[in-house]
Every structure is written in structure tokens, then in C-alpha cells.
Design a protein around this ligand. Sequence first.
Ligand SMILES: [Cu+2]
Length: 455
Amino acid sequence: MNRRQFLKTSGATAASCALPTFGKAFSSDTQNFSLVIDQTKVELAPGVVVRTTGYNDQAPGPLLRMREGVPAQIHVTNRTPHPEIVHWHGLHIPSNVDGSTEEGLPEIPPGESLLYSFTPNPSGSRWYHTHTMAMHDLTRAAYSGQYGFLYIEPKNNPGRYDQEVFLAAHHWEPSFAETKDTWRNCPDIIYRYASFNDKLLSAAEPLRVEQGQRILFHFLNASATEDVLLSLPGHRFLIVALDGNPVPHPAPVEVLSLGVAERVDAIVEMNHSGKWILGSLNPSERNKGLGLVIEYADATGEPQWIAPTHIDWRYNLFSAEPLPAEQDPQNLVTMLFEKKTAEAMRGMSMMDTYTINGQSFPDVPPLKVREGEHHRLRFVNATGCAHPIHIHRHSFELKRVAEVSVSGIMKDTVLLPRYGVIDVDLLANQPGPTLFHCHQQLHMDYGFMQMIHYV
Ligand SMILES: [Cu+2]
């Protein structure tokens, strides 16, 4: 069914029918978008300008609002000197349009264009970003400004709210840390700035609210490497969706956690007048700019930050209850994640490498699945770093987190804590080559990837 053609054209070609097209071609009632990948400047604050690569001369890129089930075409032009590729994160779409070379989509050469065609689903908070490697070049891949929200409007209304706010966290101006954080024993990147969208806490327009309003926040962690913990003093986040998928049991939390690439949708009822900082729990991250002032209509004075008394975030808070009777997991696959330190590599690499059951990509044997099968994947983290584990083109169900059974939570990225174990159930229902990887850019670049093959 999928038309798959690759015609070599120049970026100047205007007629879309002459463009290399990946995915299903559409004619009428198509939603059209265009993205231009190019150098851009982001003014994070007056006098603080970051040079990076972005989409449509901005970073983050434009919010792409799509209707569920209505064919979409995205015309992407690469005006950078490097080959590029755009990945549509969290969508159930064919391998040849998903946006990773490992799944078979070629990169867009410099100066050329590509037409991506697919039918967006499932509904909810998705996103798009480059899917290149950075290795030692910290201007590239997820370190750059190549990311944006892709929101797929649900066919059914998600509920009542007064304002809708999209906030993507990102870290800017990375460099390699001179010393390792020995406690975590993780390779470290340090950043000069952190922001929601394109403004530092000190420079962003406050979010102006009124008593009694319900604000729907769409949070995304678009950082290359850093996990994020957020709080809003005096308020609680009612978590309604994880990775864009409605949770079985919406529950309120004081602290919201976002591993790299995760999304959280939360409703906050504005019932505590004042000027507050919605920001990172980490003071140095707030100093770097990760926060936003929430300002009630009658509030005066300086914005306040109050640290939460404890971190109440746990995935299982949002689980279906009662839990269905435990069945023996089908096709249990244990995946052991380890790190080989640079020293152990006898100078072959200055960087630590990551292994899945003893092998690094591309030497990791593919996981073989059959359409319709369930596989219980057991992620075992034998490293001192957390890993945001992502499966392309599929959603998986959390089954067991920190020895607690969980049900009904569907995700595409799960934050596996240091030395933690998480079980998920993967239903093989999207035939085609599928990439499995850690979304932390350093871990992914240095071996933490595997293919899933349908046989
Ligand atoms: Cu992604």
C-alpha cells in the first residue's frame, strides 16, 4: 500500500509531486505543513542569544496541530550543511516515514527536501525532533534547537479548561564536564542555560491567570540529556495523560517528573493567589532559567519559590484499579543495560559505551517478534544513570515499576531509574523495522540501541 519512491531533486523544486515522498501519498482533505531546517538565533533573554539549528527560523519549532486520522503531509527542507532527518515521536506510523535511518528512511541531503506523508495517530501530545547522532559535536542532534510539539487533536474533547499552555524544557550551550559526577558515575554534559520554550525564567512573559481557572499544561522534556523535576508552589498538578495517552486514574501530585522525551499533560486549578515560580526543583537549573512565573490578576511583589516537602511522583499513582489478575507474562525478554567505562575499553574510545545484554549497537542482535504477539520486556538497569527508554512506532503498557504492579498506563518512553527494574508489555501491532533505544543523546550515541524485527 505504501508508495515508496525516492527521486533525487534539488531544494528548489516546488512541485510536491516531484519530491521524494515517504509514506502513503494523499490527495484531497490533507493537512499540509512545512518545516525548514536551518541555522537560527534564539534570544533566551535580552542580550542572551544562542546560535543553533532550528525549524522555520525558531526553536522550538512551530506547534504542529494535527487532526487525528486526517492524512498529513509535511514538506521538510534541509538548509544545513549536514544530512538531516525528522522523527515523529510517539506516532504509530510506518517505518519508512517514522524518521530514523535504522528503520530505513534515508536522511535529507543538504539543500534538498523530502515530503513525509502519514495519518497521524494516536491523539495527544506527541513531538518531532532530529534523529541524528551528535557524538562529540555538541552543536548537533538533540543538543540543537531541532524539536517541537506535535499535538494530535483527539476526536473527543479532553475536558474543560480555560487556558492551554505548551511548555518544552530544553538545555542550551552544552559542554563536556571536566570531571565526572562520581556519585552517579555518569558521563556529564553541563549546560549554560535551561528554558521553557525559547525564554529563560528571568525573561519570559508571566503566565497570567485568574482565581478558579483551570490551566491545561502540556509539558515536554526536549533536553538532550537531562531529566527534569518540576513543582508549582501552593498548587498541585492533576496528571491526566502520560506521553499523550490519557491515564486510567488521573491523580494530583506536587512534583512532576519528565525523563528526556517524556510528555506529561496536567491540569492545574488556580486556587492559591500570588506570584509563583513554576520551576525546576534543582536551584541551579532555575538559575540557568528553567521556570515560568505564574501571576494571578491581583498579585503584587516578587515571584515566590517554595521547595516541595517531598517528591511524590510515581508512575503507579496513575494505574488502573483494581489491578487485573496477574497472568504469567508471555515471551519474557530480559534486557540488561550496562556501561563499559572508557578505561575498560583500553583507550579505544574516550567515551563510556552502553550495552544491551553485553553488546553495543549495531552488534546487539535484533529482538524478533511476530505480529499479534505480546512480549514482556524486563528492563534491568545495572548503571548509575537513569535511562529514558523509547520504542519507536508503538505504545507499551507499564506492568511493573519498582516492584509494584501497574496497569493501563500506555507510554512510548519510560524513565528507568538508576539500578531500577521496569517491566512493560509490548504488543507487536505495527509491522516493520522498529528502533528501541535510550533517548539520552550520549547513551544513544554510544551504543544504547537495538532493532526490533517482525518475522
Ligand atoms: Cu524522540
